[in-house]
Ligand binder design. Structure first.
Ligand code: 1CP
Length: 319
């Protein structure tokens, strides 16, 4: 999950004095940082080290990833004139991604590499707000108030996202994950009307890619069915919905990913073990279950708890 590396001293060391965007553009650093949690925790797959705003920066948007804050956009995208600054991308614009994926696939051997991208809604929220938001006021104002501009923006982002994911597939990733982290801010009706067609066009574009497509969001209890319908093989579920309940909503044709609350990792081993066993048991009702946290790893997490958790999941699920 996002930022497993952030809890590691070896990650903090290698990132010293190197900005986040710069580290994403350096294949040597991307390779080393991606491998760090795999070496430490013996997890079953690696998640590519990058960020959802990397392709947007490659598309011409002036932005930075500020430590302790997240993505910050110099001039937010709020008008048609602004939209012209967001151009389509060519694979050559992200050649450093191809190089990093190829290096990693060679290093990882049989361990699969999961590539990823941000979904159009979540990317649009950063572009319109100018940075992280709790209320998505400007985002929703455009969505309801200027639907033509909204649809043009999300269509452009879908195109960029699809190119970005295809670059990763062509370079050798074994699965792709589409992060719509903030879609939980929407009602089901609005999600279906304003967002789902754009995410579906990304996922549809990967039908023939031959890799599983994971579709992830947070606070998406009411959206799980639609997020599956958008074209996912695996639906990510945060910790708020038990996986057996989620499976009933999503239907029998799709697998689930999740969903231990990242905060549980701070509650002592007995609680971690009890809750992890519960998640595995409830996940057993889905046709397939990728054990994971319900969202990213908090930077303050004790890495040894993650190592122990991975061993527990291996032990229980190999029975
Ligand atoms: O384990 C990893 O490090 C994997 C690489 C990874 C991924 C998959 C990073 C590195 N970011 C992401 C995806 C990402 N980025 C998402 C979707 C997944 C999720 O919901 O967790 C989102 C919403 C972002 C945007 C972002 N980038 C934020 C959130 C800001 C907000 O709105 O609250 C933050 C803090 C970042 C910066 C970032 N990205 C990644 C790291 C390691 C960091 C921290 C920066 C640093 O260490 O300097």
């Amino acid at each position: 999950m996002r930022q497993a590396g952030r809890s590691l001293p070896e990650y903090r060391k290698i990132r010293q004095g190197v900005g986040m965007l710069e580290s994403c553009r350096r294949p040597d650093l991307v390779t080393e940082i991606t491998l760090q949690p795999v070496r430490r925790h013996n997890v079953d797959a690696a998640i590519f080290f990058s960020d959802i705003v990397v392709p947007v920066a490659a598309a011409g948007i002036d932005l930075d990833i500020v430590a302790g804050t997240g993505p910050v956009v110099a001039e937010p995208v709020r008008t048609e004139v602004d939209l012209a600054r967001l151009r389509a991308i060519e694979p050559g614009d992200v050649a450093f991604i191809t190089e990093a994926v190829e290096l990693l696939v060679a290093e990882l051997g049989t361990t699969p590499l999961i590539g990823f991208a941000g979904a159009p809604f979540t990317l649009a929220s950063y572009l319109i707000e100018g940075g992280p938001s709790r209320t998505y006021l400007k985002t929703k104002a455009m969505m309801y108030g200027a639907p033509d501009l909204w649809n043009a923006l999300l269509a452009r982002l879908a195109e960029i996202t699809l190119t970005f994911l295809k670059v990763q597939v062509d370079a050798g990733v074994s699965a792709v994950q589409l992060f719509d982290s903030w879609a939980g801010a929407l009602s089901e009706a609005d999600y279906r009307r304003f967002v789902m067609p754009h995410s579906a066009s990304v996922l549809r574009g990967l039908v023939d890619a031959g890799v599983p497509r994971i579709h992830f969001g947070v606070g998406t209890a009411v959206l799980l069915e639609a997020m599956g319908e958008a074209g996912a093989d695996v639906v990510g579920v945060d910790w708020r919905t038990p996986l057996d309940v989620a499976t009933k909503r999503i239907g029998p044709d799709r697998s689930v990913q999740g969903n231990l609350d990242p905060a549980i990792l701070f509650a002592g081993w007995d609680t971690v073990e009890r809750e992890a066993r519960r998640v595995l048991q409830q996940g057993g009702s889905a046709p397939g279950h990728v054990f994971n946290l319900g969202h990213g790893v908090m930077p303050e997490t004790d890495p040894d708890v993650l190592t122990r958790l991975t061993a527990l999941v291996h032990e229980v699920s190999s029975r």
